[in-house]
Design a protein around this ligand. Structure first.
Ligand code: GRG
Length: 298
């Protein structure tokens, strides 16, 4: 397995540099408090797991261009939007994110709401710029845009969040919870893997294997997140720990307990690697990331 720390460091450095570039540019374009808040949301530091998945998926099927970092930055921009809105009082109502005040705490609720919406077209601009730098044909950019924005939409992240909000103070069945997780968190992680394959113009069978890998890893990611929410501290997580219990949410931990939830995440990570191997995609870096995702402690 490839050393995961190096992969994450590379993904973080390259994505952070690009997001900082866009933050400066957009702050100048928008100006005032909204420009400042947009730059704040784009610059807030994350682990960049989704970016690392884009980079690794791209390389696993023969991609070599450093311009793939732009695709990773586009995915991280959609993710940044989701965090700004997720933390709002009308959603999970949180004060702390990535070790800093949430955007609405640092600024105010109307500003954070508008900035969250603004980040969606920003992600489209970042993706289009990356496709140009990668010299991809227009139909490949179209495929990438469909993948990213469908994953971010009602069939994916928004739909999953919607179900999640409706599920507060209700006990879900395991299949219902899987539907929430696959949408809310899994769809963007799955899209990160698929996008790496599309950007490399890989064979359809390889793209399908990357998608299948991403689907299992996406679910495993949210299960691991459920475990961390009840086992980690706010300091370790950079966000308020114990939020799921406070909001009376059904989680893998509330349905299965910590140990079985961990085992389920590990089994999904193993199955994900098997899906790559069966699809003829080398599993080195992606396998290492799957392992990190289920064993991380922050
Ligand atoms: C209109 C209903 C409606 C929804 C809007 C807000 C939203 C869309 C979706 C929420 C999606 C969301 C925040 C899911 C949780 C994903 C998750 C586990 C985030 C934490 O990811 P990490 O650990 O965070 O990768 P970092 O900070 O490292 O990037």
């Amino acid at each position: 397995m490839a050393p995961v720390a190096g992969l994450l460091t590379e993904a973080r450095e390259r994505t952070d540099a690009l997001l900082a570039h866009w933050a400066t540019r957009l702050q100048a374009e928008i100006g005032g408090r909204h420009g400042e808040a947009l730059a704040y949301a784009l610059r807030t530091p994350g682990k960049r797991v989704r970016a690392a998945l884009v980079l690794s998926a791209f390389r696993s099927v023969g991609g070599t261009s450093p311009a793939i970092a732009g695709v990773a930055a586009a995915v991280e921009t959609v993710h940044a939007y989701s965090l700004v809105h997720d933390d709002l009082p009308c959603m999970d109502d949180d004060d702390l994110r990535r070790g800093r005040p949430t955007t609405h705490r640092q600024f105010d609720v109307p500003t954070a709401t508008r900035v969250g919406f603004l980040l969606v077209p920003v992600a489209a601009r970042v993706l289009a710029a990356a496709a140009e730098e990668l010299a991809l044909p227009a139909d490949t950019l179209g495929d990438m845009a469909s993948e990213l924005f469908q994953a971010g939409g009602i069939e994916g992240m928004v739909g999953g969040q919607w179900l999640d909000l409706e599920a507060e103070r209700r006990t879900l069945t395991l299949p219902q919870l899987m539907a929430v997780h696959r949408g809310k968190t899994g769809a963007l992680i799955r899209a990160s893997c698929t996008l790496g394959g599309i950007a490399a113009q890989a064979a359809p069978a390889q793209v399908a294997a990357l998608t299948a890998f991403g689907e299992d890893v996406g679910l495993a990611f949210q299960i691991a997140d459920d475990v961390l929410d009840c086992t980690g501290t706010s300091e370790e997580l950079g966000k308020t720990a114990g939020r799921d219990a406070a909001l009376a949410k059904s989680t893998y931990v509330s349905l299965l307990g910590v140990d079985d939830a961990r085992r389920e995440a590990e089994a999904l990570a193993r199955r994900a690697v098997g899906r790559l191997e069966r699809g003829g995609v080398p599993s080195g870096a992606l396998g290492a990331l799957a392992g990190y995702i289920v064993s991380r402690n922050s």
